[in-house]
Design a protein around this ligand. Sequence first.
Ligand code: AMP
Length: 598
Amino acid sequence: MAVDSVTFSPLGPPACEKDAKALQFIEEMTRNADAVQERVLSEILSRNSDTEYLQRFGLGGATDRDSFKSKVPVVKYEDLQPEIQRIANGDRSKILCSHPISEFLTSSGTSAGERKLMPTIHEELDRRTLLYSLLMPVMNLYVPGLDKGKGLYFLFVKAEAKTPGGLVARPVLTSYYKSEHFKTRPYDPYNVYTSPNEAILCADSFQSMYSQMLCGLIMRHEVLRVGAVFASGLLRAIRFLQLNWRELAHDISTGTLNPRITDPSIKKCMSDILKPDPDLADFLTSECSGENWEGIIIRIWPNTKYLDVIVTGAMAQYIPTLDYYSNGLPKACTMYASSECYFGLNLKPMSDPSEVSYTIIPNMAYFEFMPHDPSSPPPSRDNPPRLVELADVEVGKEYELVITTYAGLCRYRVGDILQVTGFHNAAPQFRFVRRKNVLLSIDSDKTDEAELQNAVQNASVLLKEFNTSVVEYTSFADTKTIPGHYVIYWELLVKDSANSPSHEVLDRCCLAMEESLNSVYRQGRVADNSIGPLEIRVVKNGTFEELMDYAISRGASINQYKAPRCVNFTPIVELLDSRVVSVHFSPAPPQWAPERRR
Ligand code: AMP
């Protein structure tokens, strides 16, 4: 349906009346970014004025920015942990938020090895739904005809736990997919999925993936876009197809469902979808039985116009592999969000990943920006950070994102570093630079330097009885394998070569490292199968000295040189690989359970 010029949006001509409203909303929000931010802060402060947390800072009912900034401190998760623990233990008083905490969202960011617990309130679901509702109207500006087919999205729910006080703790997407907002969403011809809700909501990851893939194959000609939340998820789906296409083809050929699918609701809905189709089964067999998987996505789903996956930030490492499997289809990064808060969207979703900027939508929360300049001293009590308003950030500068949410986080440091690339109306647009302190990441896991150091230390205890120590180490996220895995290079000092550690001992060191890594990593290894076994590559003595020589030859200072704890520059990885004397893999998955260790 064409829309008349009255509803024309500066972003482009909307595809339908509903889109026109959404685009108009984006225009209003971005034109009035500063006023919206002022209103949001005032709303949050007035409704939460009787919380224990805000009372502590003596705001005296003030809801203006100056009072807020002068009295309320900028905090990290660890600063809020006592309050969060009380809520988790069942204290229902107004601690952080005047509205009841409905559940905890478990972030992929960790604290002391466990997922951070983000308190949320029921109405936040409306805000998330609102941001989702803006994505297709923007996409429709760039890709016409998406109402003529479906989206093949691999979406999953994950394990849930209960806190001691009885609140559910689960990832934000699990919470969203299980909500009525998602399950009973109104029909929208521009947003029809091949995956039935029953398949998405099945907690068994094999059954969920299998049935979603099966539906995607059956509806292959209708599929116009293929996606997952992150690039790693889509590659896992391709790997799943490589491993399971025979069983899938069998089901399609016979019209019967694999007996490994036992979930009654999936069985019921698949009985309507799955009919014998020997031609499709033959096609699948001919495409998948060969060695060549290049372009498999467009061979199987020939009408795919783009891949809908986030490939910014840590996910950029998957771009070459996605290009290989899709023959370089456009990759749309549509939104920027977290467990704490959904932030914004990409107003040019078809832009190249290197050009992607996200526009923060100013009614989602109150946003502040801490200038990020690695060369100046970090903020302290005597040197408090000067935070900048959303509307006042400067193009080209980098900032750390700080949020104040309706659910009760006040001046909370998210840990993301963003760079301003420009403005849409009065709202800035940001390139996601990186998450602070993340050394290694394969899927949603984030391992920092201290965690890696601790893991190496714990593993090297196994070497003691062999009078052997790890003299140097570095790491590398190997994403050439699917799933990707951590590679740790070790240079060993073996003091007694007659009693050096055996292959098996070094294998066990891999497992000891994994046992020491955080729960998101271990969940990826155990429950999600999104991370492969950790690998230790032992390198020849003197390798790290060569690494230093190499760095110095490229201008590093001898006095200040430290071995990098993570490498990704290809010549360095090649140098390390050329010095490998033995290779070891974790012989078993580490321990993981949905319940927290502490
Ligand atoms: P979580 O707390 O597990 O929901 O993870 C949220 C984090 O994922 C954010 O703070 C970012 O570091 C990262 N993230 C989310 N969306 C994007 C994006 N579009 N591009 C890059 N990183 C993202």
